[in-house]
Write a protein that binds this ligand. Sequence first.
Ligand SMILES: Cc1cc2nc3c(=O)[nH]c(=O)nc-3n(C[C@H](O)[C@H](O)[C@H](O)COP(=O)(O)OP(=O)(O)OC[C@H]3O[C@@H](n4cnc5c(N)ncnc54)[C@H](O)[C@@H]3O)c2cc1C
Length: 543
Amino acid sequence: MKPANSREKIEGRKAPDASRLVDIRFPVQVSGDPARVRQAIAKTLGCRVDAISDYRVMRKNLDARKRPVLAMWRVEVALEDEVLPPNEPAVTNFSALPEDARAVHIVGAGPAGLYAALSLIQHGLRPVIIERGQPVRQRRRDLVSITREHRVDPDSNYCFGEGGAGTYSDGKLYTRSHKRGDIRGALEWLVQFGADPSILVDAHPHIGTNKLPQIIERMREAVVAAGGHVHFGSRVVDITAPSGRVEALEWVDSATGERTRAEAQHVILATGHSARDVFELVDSKGWTLEAKPFAMGVRIEHPQTLIDAIQYHGEERGEVLPPASYRLVCQANGRGVHSFCMCPGGIVAPCATEQEQVVTNGWSPSKRNNPYANSGMVVQLEPADWEALGFRGVLGGLAFQRHVERICWEAAGQSQRAPAQRLADFLASKRGRVSKHLPTCSYVPGVVSVNLRELLPAVISDALAKGLATFGKRMPRYLDQDALLIAPESRTSSPVRIPRDRENLMHPDVNGLFPCGEGGGYAGGILSAALDGMRVAAAIAAK
Ligand SMILES: Cc1cc2nc3c(=O)[nH]c(=O)nc-3n(C[C@H](O)[C@H](O)[C@H](O)COP(=O)(O)OP(=O)(O)OC[C@H]3O[C@@H](n4cnc5c(N)ncnc54)[C@H](O)[C@@H]3O)c2cc1C
C-alpha cells in the first residue's frame, strides 16, 4: 500500500515478557488496513508477512505528539500453524444466594456500592442497598427538570440516584490506581452488562451517558435476581452504634417521609463526595473525620474542532481519529493547577444537589459528537486555604465549597444559570473584565456574564489566571476568543476523609462501618470507586 505521507514509518519492538506480544507504531490513518498491521508486525518480528497466521489487538493507544499521529498497538501474534489462545472476557455467574445468606447493608448505589453488591454475592453475602435517589430511568426526568425548570431535587439529580455520580457522565474508565485491584475484572463486569468490549483494549476507555444507564440497570437486575434487595428513594439519616458497634440503620422515604429502621451489623458507607448530610451525621456522632485537600475552579469550554486542530497538529481527524482530549498541569502561586475530567465532544452539566447553589461538571455521549470540548480547570486547595477565609473545623472544606456554590448561584440570578466569562476577559488584566457578549455554549440552563476574576475567591482566581496563561504559552490557540469559563467546578473530590483501618477497612471508632469509594476519600473516579467497592466486599467476606 502507498504510504500515507512521506514521513510515514513503521516502528515496533517485541514486548519484553512475552514471545508473541509485539508493540507496533504506525500512522493511525492506516490502522483500518489489516495488511499494514501485518506488515508492521512482520517488520518488528523480522519474519515474512505470510508467516503471520493470525493476530489480535490487546491494547490500543495513540501518540499524538507529532504529525502524523501514530497508532500504538500491542498485538498478540500467531505464526505459521499456531493458533491464538482463547481470550474471551470472563463472564461471572451471580448465582442465587441461599436463604440464610447474611445481609450486608450498602448505603449508596454508585459504582462503589454496586460493585460492592455484586462482589458480596460472589462471596455468598446478601447485599441490601439503600439509595436516596431514583432508578436511572426516573432519574432522567429529574435531570430534565433541573435543566428546564431550574428545580433541583435534593435526592435525585446528577450526583444522586441509581448509578451514582458517574451515571450521566463521560464514563471515562481510566484509573492510575493499578495496585488497588482487578481492573480487568471490573471492566469485564461492565462488558458482561452491556459495555462495548473495546473498553478492554483501549488505553483510555469511555462508555458515554447514553449507554451507562442501561448497564447500571442490568447490574441492579443481577443483584435482585441473586436475592439482593434495593430500596430507592430512601435517604439514610441515622446509623446507630451505641457501644462502638453498628446495630441499626434508619432511612426516610423521600416521597412519604416515612421512617424505616433496620437492624444491621455491617454497613458499607458508599455515599459519594456530595453527601454533605452524611459527613454531618458522622461528625455529629463524634466519629473521627479528617479534612483533606481538594481542588476547585471552573469548567472551560472550546469548540471541539479547535482542540482537534491543536492536538492533532492540523491533521484531518477523519473517521479514524477520536475527538481530541488533553491533560494540562502546572504550578502557579505554589499550588497545582490542572485540567480535570476532560470531556471531548461533551456538554457542561448542572450538577447541584441543593436548590440554592450552582455546580458544574461535564458529560459526553458515547460518540463524543457534540461540537464542544469541556474540561474542569481547577486549583489545588489545602485546609489552611479555607481556614484563612474563616471556614474552620473538620467540615470547613465543605462549608467553603457551599459558599462558592452559593455566590455563583447569587451572581447568576438565583437559578441554575451559571456565571461565565470569556477566557480572554478573565485574563484581560489583574482584575479581569465582564464579557460584553458570551459565545454560544453547551450549558443548557444558560449562562450569565460575570467577572469571575472578582467573584471567585482570590486563592482560586489568581492561581487559575496564572495557570491558564501558562497553558496558553504551551498551546497558544488554547486562549482562543471563544474559550469560555463557566463556574464553579467545585465537586472534584471529597473535602473530607472518613478514616478506616488499613487491614480490616472499618472505621476506627465504629466496628462494622466500612467507609468506601469517593465519599470516604478512597477513590477518584468511576473505576477506582468500583475497585474500592470490590475491596471492601472482600474485607467483609474475610471477616
Ligand atoms: C457529571 C459527572 C461526570 C463525571 N464523569 C466521570 C468520568 O467520566 N469518569 C470518572 O471516572 N468519573 C467521573 N465522575 C466522577 C464519578 O462519577 C465519581 O468518582 C464516582 O461516581 C464515585 O463513585 P461512588 O460510588 O464512590 O460515589 P457516587 O457515585 O457519588 O455514589 C454515591 C451514591 O450514594 C447515594 N447517597 C448519598 N447519600 C445517601 C444517603 N444519605 N442515603 C442513601 N444514599 C445516599 C447517592 O445518591 C449516590 O447514588 C463524574 C461525576 C459527575 C457528577
